[in-house]
Design a protein around this ligand. Structure first.
Ligand SMILES: [Zn+2]
Length: 474
């Protein structure tokens, strides 16, 4: 670009800056008026919803699986700001494919200085929340034509330094709001809400349909039938969850056999001392956890590099430590169906919250697993099997250590936190599927390492599993 041209661009930019800011105010106030939102302090709306479980797809090329809700009611107090959601869930088929937990029946958020931005966006991405946030945050405006339709695009900066764009159509309705939020797997992740079918509800224009997407797929599909502007709202802060929010528990480990270590707590990992290197099974559920696992493995097995790490499946709670291992130069072992996807996530931009791999990009090595792969150095043996016919995930891998009679499994069976404590949400189809796979492969399992390890860190035996599923013998 020539110096003269840069000068012209700067000059035009300077000239248009105050004009654009002024313009944004007019655009926002016109939209607020047209939508009937000028005096909107609270809002209650209800209808039917579907909500997707982000990052819990049945395979790496499928949409997020979700949960139907028979009723969905949300009340918002824009001034506090706060909101409450009450849901009733439709029955969930045990044969449902994919992971994730159903959304909570009740959710209350009272925004305070510690409320993270991604959560606040649940409010600022609503049409009226967007107009209020844009008015309060020095928004700018420009015109864009998309798909033959003209929009005024109003933009303000989010607390995470990503733009929040609102697309206001020629009828002055907010038709779409988009932004980007950080995710440990997908990096700067696109989030959008599209509002259609605006109708008049007591003077307020409200979209009958909301479709929200995160990453490439839907996370919410809401059809609204009742809207009450300025309905009474008395939203009280939720009770703090017992024991939550404390410091991260320290990493501990114990021997499962000669040169074989279990690393706890939380998302369990195993480190195995091969002749020339370390093999790790499972990467933890965050960069912080993955870094702790790497440090613990190197402390237990000094002076050897970690050469391989097993990723059991592509669900984001099991994949959020992957990029940390990639930054460490470790080869990722995963089902073949994830190879392309993981090569892609290795290169996705993480500018909003740069992680270790973003700061230190590396060539990433991914070794695909089919139905079976055996790792051995002549002494240690690790057998990796694809769990056949899993409805939780198409490429689910479990690891069996024949010498130690240990089986590491993810999500096929989650034992309770205490031996006779309340059972966590367990899917009997997953449990039976795990038993079928163990029997078909004739694995001689004595100890199970569930990746979602029980809170009491007890030894989990095969007989506990059999008891849990109502079997007395093999
Ligand atoms: Zn899973």
């Amino acid at each position: 670009m020539s110096k003269k041209f840069i000068g012209v661009v700067l000059f035009v930019a300077l000239l248009s800056w105050p004009a654009a800011a002024q313009d944004a105010k007019t655009v926002i106030s016109n939209a607020s008026k047209a939508m009937g939102a000028d005096n909107l302090k609270t809002l209650e709306y209800s209808g039917k919803a579907w909500e997707g479980a982000f990052g819990q797809a049945v395979n790496s090329s499928s949409a997020w699986p979700g949960f139907d809700q028979e009723t969905y009611t949300r009340i918002i107090d824009f001034e506090k700001p706060a909101w409450r959601i009450d849901r009733t869930l439709a029955p969930v088929s045990p044969a449902r494919r994919g992971g994730g937990l159903p959304p909570a029946l009740n959710q209350t958020v009272v925004v305070n200085p510690n409320t993270n931005w991604a959560q606040q966006l649940d409010l600022w991405m609503t049409p009226y929340g967007f107009l209020k946030a844009a008015a309060a945050n020095n928004a700018t405006a420009n015109s864009q034509t998309l798909g033959g339709k003209k929009y005024s695009v109003v933009t303000f900066m989010g607390q995470n330094n990503a733009k929040v764009n609102g697309y206001i159509n020629e009828q002055n309705m907010v038709e779409k709001v988009e932004t980007w939020i950080d995710n440990a797997v997908t990096g700067d992740t696109h989030l959008e809400a599209v509002y259609t079918g605006y109708k008049d509800f007591g003077g307020l224009k409200f979209p009958a349909k909301t479709v929200k997407k995160q990453g490439d797929y839907s996370i919410q599909d809401l059809t609204v039938t009742s809207v009450k502007p300025n309905a009474p709202a008395n939203i009280q802060p939720p009770q703090a969850a017992a024991g939550g929010g404390g410091p991260q528990p320290t990493t501990t480990s114990r021997k499962l056999g000669d040169g074989v270590y279990l690393i706890l707590p939380g998302y369990a990992s195993i480190a195995v001392d091969f002749k020339d290197y370390i093999v790790v099974l499972e990467t933890g559920n965050s960069e912080q956890r993955a870094s702790a696992i790497i440090a613990e493995a190197k402390k237990l097995i000094p002076n050897k590099p970690i050469k391989y790490v097993l990723n059991t499946h592509n669900h984001f709670d099991h994949a959020s430590g992957l990029r940390t291992f990639m930054a460490e130069g470790v080869t990722i072992l995963t089902h073949a169906s994830n190879k392309q996807y993981y090569e892609k996530i290795a290169t996705m931009p993480h500018t909003l919250n740069p992680d270790l791999l973003a700061k230190n990009p590396k060539k990433v090595l991914i070794e695909p697993i089919g139905d079976k792969k055996v790792l051995t150095d002549g002494n240690h043996v690790i057998e990796l099997y694809r769990v056949q016919k899993s409805t939780h995930n198409d490429g689910l891998i479990m690891a069996y250590l024949p010498k130690e009679k240990v089986l590491l499994e993810a999500d096929s069976w989650n034992p309770p936190g205490q031996p006779n404590g309340p059972a966590p949400l367990n899917n009997p189809i997953y449990n039976k599927n795990l038993m079928d796979n163990i029997q078909q492969l004739k694995l001689s399992v004595e100890t199970i390492i569930p990746v979602h390890y029980p809170a009491d860190s007890r030894v989990v035996t095969m007989s506990e599993f059999m008891q849990a599923i109502g079997r007395t013998s093999n």
